[in-house]
Design a protein around this ligand. Structure first.
Ligand code: TMP
Ligand code: ASP
Length: 238
């Protein structure tokens, strides 16, 4: 499948049209941003890590019954995905306190929750992705009640599958962000990416952070953390 025109450039990916209106090609960049794009940088090799890891995890999720936008990997950085209309919700699942959960509610990082915490933000950079609940999302007509129920169910299923998978890799899945899309027939599928940009990964033994927090918080060894996550997921051949 051939790329035609560029449809969109986001902070970490570009999206191209193809000769088939059902599909688009995403191209992952090494660019990194944080704090609504106010902090900018480059993480060498990140595009390839995120592309390959996200594709691998989406295929695993599809096997477990979670429908996704994934179609086929073209090369290290580029993937064919189904064209969807993105639901403007950032769906966050948390297993352990960290990041904004810790700062917003004034608790330390590392508290293990009895059950996963599910939260929604309105995907809107100008408004700084404000936290919202189901009534807010319905009032704003971001999704229907049925779609929100489907999204909630799928997000919790993704958590079960990924938590178990990363445990085998010696990694604790602390939290992550998902995005969902609508196919032309109305079906909701998992979209966007699942990568060290969108998840918190802590080494199960040492607690070392192996994700984008190394960039957000200037912890150093950013590239090394992305490569280490590749090895954890794909083994030494990564
Ligand atoms: P938070 O604690 O900053 O709300 O982040 C929760 C999870 O969501 C964390 O794994 C990082 C991810 N995330 C994104 O993917 N994009 C974002 O813009 C933000 C703020 C967080
Ligand atoms: N990439 C996001 C931004 O620039 C934030 C983040 O991942 O922390 O807004």
């Amino acid at each position: 499948m051939e790329k035609t025109v560029q449809l969109y450039e986001g902070k970490a990916k570009k999206v191209y049209a193809t000769d088939d209106p059902r599909y688009v090609i995403v191209s992952y960049k090494d660019d990194a941003t944080a704090f609504d794009g106010t902090k900018k940088g480059t993480i060498r090799g990140k595009g390839a890590v995120n592309n390959r890891m996200s594709n691998f995890l989406m295929q695993k999720l599809a096997e477990e019954g979670v429908p996704t936008h994934y179609v086929s990997e073209i090369n290290d950085r580029e993937t064919v995905v189904k064209k969807v209309e993105i639901v403007p919700l950032e769906v966050i699942v948390r297993n352990v306190s960290a990041g904004h959960f810790a700062s917003r509610y004034g608790v330390e990082e590392g508290i293990v929750f009895d059950e996963p915490v599910l939260e929604f933000s309105y995907k809107n950079d100008d408004l700084h992705d404000p936290l919202l609940n189901t009534s807010h999302a319905l009032a704003l007509k971001l999704a229907t009640r049925e779609e929100i129920e489907t999204i909630r169910f799928m997000a919790l299923k993704v958590n079960q599958v990924l938590k178990a998978f990363f445990a085998q890799c010696g990694v604790n899945l602390i939290d992550f962000k998902l995005e969902f899309g609508r196919l032309p027939n109305g079906e909701i599928v998992l979209a966007d990416e699942i990568s060290p940009d969108t998840c918190r990964f802590w080494d199960a033994k040492t607690g070392e952070k192996l994700d984008k927090d190394r960039f957000r918080r200037d912890l150093g060894n950013v590239e090394e953390a992305y490569q280490e996550m590749m090895r954890r997921v794909f083994g030494e051949q990564a």
